[in-house]
Design a protein around this ligand. Sequence first.
Ligand code: SF4
Length: 342
Amino acid sequence: MTTRSIVLFSGGLDSILACAILAGQGLDVLAVMFTSPFFGTQTAERAEDEKRLMLKRYGIRVEILDITEDFLPVLLAPAHGYGRFLNPCVDCRILMLQKAARLLEVEGASFVATGEVMGQRRLTQRREVLALVERESGLDGRLLRPLSALKLAPTPMEKAGIVDRSRLFALHGRGRKEQMALASCLGIRCYPAPSGGCLLADAHISGKVRRVLDRWPDLDTNDLRLSPIGMHAFLPDGSWLVLGRNQKENDRIRGLARENDCVVSLTGGSGTIGLWKRIKDPGLCPSVASIVASRQGGSPGPTTVLFSGKVLCAVPVPSHHFDSSGLTMNTHNSMQRDLHHA
Ligand code: SF4
């Protein structure tokens, strides 16, 4: 019977290579991609297309699983701390590997593999951290890093001959040349360019999410999904207004509206959508209307604004009151920029 392995899959070249190396040794590979509001978001939005593409392009069978619920407590209080910004990378890796470990039995797989390259990332791919996440994920002896295996002690899978160590690699460091050469050897010609990937590793977005977390440590997954989107205004009654900057953000914001939230929009359905949450003072309606109306551009003037269907007229405030890093509204009539860059 063919041995099955689960590969932690990001969609990047390293994880594609890990899958190809194992498949090349005759193993049955199931790639698992974990998503949250901060990573894998676009893949999750077109999951079926992505799965078809991966199968067609690389012959890789991919499962896409949302881990937002489990990621929330990790983000709020990571046992191993944050990276440069709000990225709880060590705990995030442990969480993903724990999830993969639980899938082993379900999928009838023997071990988990990753596309990690020793020394590539300072925070998570140092030798001691690789050992730590293996231990804390409960995968001791069942975790293989095919790209850097020859830099690490042989695993039980290699000792048992399930995986041929002589056909594994000794990649190390931040360079990408060796991966590209390996891709060429394996016949992989088309692969994504390296990109930022995780939004939490972005200074600006991390700062925006941090302001939400600091205000509401009791936030739920719905709030978490909103936290990296659009522009944020924090109003004097403690309420929160999220504003879309384009159609895609408007659609996502609308999709995240819940029963007690107020969707603020302009008549005719054009322009910014605002989602007003945690409202304690409905008397702030005119101010909220002004904020939303001001985002439509054009010359200031009376504009009709809808509050979950109800009409209210507002005079837009000048758009220079805003910037995409967020803003704080301190009184009904005055606004201050909130430029806390992380
Ligand atoms: S960069 Fe983001 S996805 Fe990657 S380990 Fe860190 S928190 Fe997780």
